[in-house]
Ligand binder design. Sequence first.
Ligand code: NAP
Length: 186
Amino acid sequence: MATIYNTAATLDGFLATTDNSLSWLFEVSGADDAESSIADFLAGIGAMAMGSTTYEWLLEHESLIDNPTKWQEWYPNQPTWVFTHRDLPVVEGADIRFTRAPVAEVHAEMVAAAGDRDIWLMGGGDLVGQFADAGLLDRMVVTIAPVTLGAGAPLLPRDMRASRLRLVSIEHRGQFAELTYDVGAP
Ligand SMILES: NC(=O)c1ccc[n+]([C@@H]2O[C@H](COP(=O)([O-])OP(=O)(O)OC[C@H]3O[C@@H](n4cnc5c(N)ncnc54)[C@H](OP(=O)(O)O)[C@@H]3O)[C@@H](O)[C@H]2O)c1
């Protein structure tokens, strides 16, 4: 069982533009193939976590309030913790748990729910940084797009040196480079 940050990012280390757009990602040819590798990855995932900006992006981009069954199709066995201090709309029928509890407490609940499957931290970067600060991030899988944005939501706004990160694989996926790192304790 591992806790994994799996995300796409730009070559200059951003998850999204300053106004939270991902259009730069969908413009890259072969982005659909990268999405199908996420389907394989999801099969091994037993719990997910994300911040409220990421959740609200999914709600809006995929019209999930009007089409709630999509969530169940994508994430049939993945209870999801959404970190927020606000009351957010709920996708009907989805196993979504809003929380503002410390990440270590939430991580323990996620481990219990996931059993022997992995945990997917979807982002954003600071939330994943909170898990890393607590020593609760085992691996990062970053799919780099041939794009620079110059500014935006950062991949991982932390000072993490080579003593903590070990490159374990590089996969060439069309226009994308998938880099996998093991993450050591702080
Ligand atoms: N490229 C990709 O594959 C990819 C992957 C993931 C995300 N994204 C995008 O990247 C952007 C990330 O946005 P973001 O950096 O703003 O991150 P985010 O983590 O999605 O959202 C940040 C929000 O999460 C809540 N939060 C974080 N830590 C918390 C804690 N400990 N307790 C309670 N609430 C907490 C706060 O929400 P409240 O203000 O509600 O309290 C905070 O404002 C989004 O546009 C997203 O769509 C892209």
